[in-house]
Design a protein around this ligand. Structure first.
Ligand code: TIU
Length: 222
């Protein structure tokens, strides 16, 4: 067992049972004209983590460990979009509306694509999810079980919404969860800091957090 330096204490890594989950690194959250911007957010912060997300993905690929990507998106007929989600907050563009990058947050539209720099390669699993959590209404749990995965390292956006929701879902399902601090981002710096603090509080009540160089060192030592 390799240990990864982490907070609030070392993460007991079992690399043979570990996967990276990259949450929602999509144009809709990172570029003007997408879903994130339609909610009134400054999306420029999101692009800044791309180099670290790339480094983390490269480390998992080099170690031969699974990289799983998620995308928040809905079916073109909106049958998986609850009205409560569509109407929330009176956004400039609602989910399903035609925007500058195609229909907002709809599977197959240009804006829904994962950013090219961190796109999946052949053989990597991509989970399309209609909720904020990646376990709700998706095959993720069954896929992880089939692969014998028990530990999940997290990257992606946004820290306090889809990343934290998925970490909480995973924690309740018995996975040991580790969040990479440099490879996640929020539209709100205070919310990122608060999410990191609450995840690792109370003896890692939701999971651990760690710096990217410590995670990469743990992978190469194993
Ligand atoms: N709005 C916001 O912060 N996030 C989302 O709506 N989805 C994800 O976090 N992916």
């Amino acid at each position: 067992m390799a240990e990864i330096t982490a907070d609030p204490f070392a993460f007991p890594a079992r690399t043979g049972e570990m996967a990276l989950i990259v949450i929602d690194m999509q144009r809709d959250f990172a570029e003007p004209g997408g879903f994130g911007a339609s909610l009134g957010n400054d999306v420029s912060r999101i692009g800044r983590i791309v180099p670290d997300v790339q480094r983390l993905i490269a480390g998992f690929r080099t170690a031969g460990l699974p990289v799983i990507h998620t995308m928040e998106c809905h079916r073109p007929d909106l049958s998986d979009l609850p009205p409560a989600k569509r109407d929330r907050g009176n956004p400039a563009l609602r989910i399903g509306d035609e925007g500058p990058m195609g229909r907002v947050l709809i599977a197959g539209e240009p804006g829904t694509d994962i950013l090219a720099e961190v796109a999946p390669i052949a053989g990597e699993i991509v989970i399309e999810k209609p909720g904020k959590g990646a376990f709700y209404a998706t095959p993720l749990g069954a896929i992880l079980k089939e692969k014998g995965i028990t530990q999940l390292v997290f990257a992606g956006v946004t820290t306090e919404v889809c990343v934290q929701t998925t970490m909480r879902e995973a924690n309740d399902r018995g996975y040991e969860c580790l969040l990479c601090e440099e490879a996640t981002e929020s539209y709100f710096p205070d919310f990122k800091a608060a999410a990191i603090a609450m995840i690792r509080a109370q003896g890692a009540i939701v999971g651990w957090t760690a710096h990217i160089d410590d995670i990469l060192k743990g992978l190469s030592d194993a």
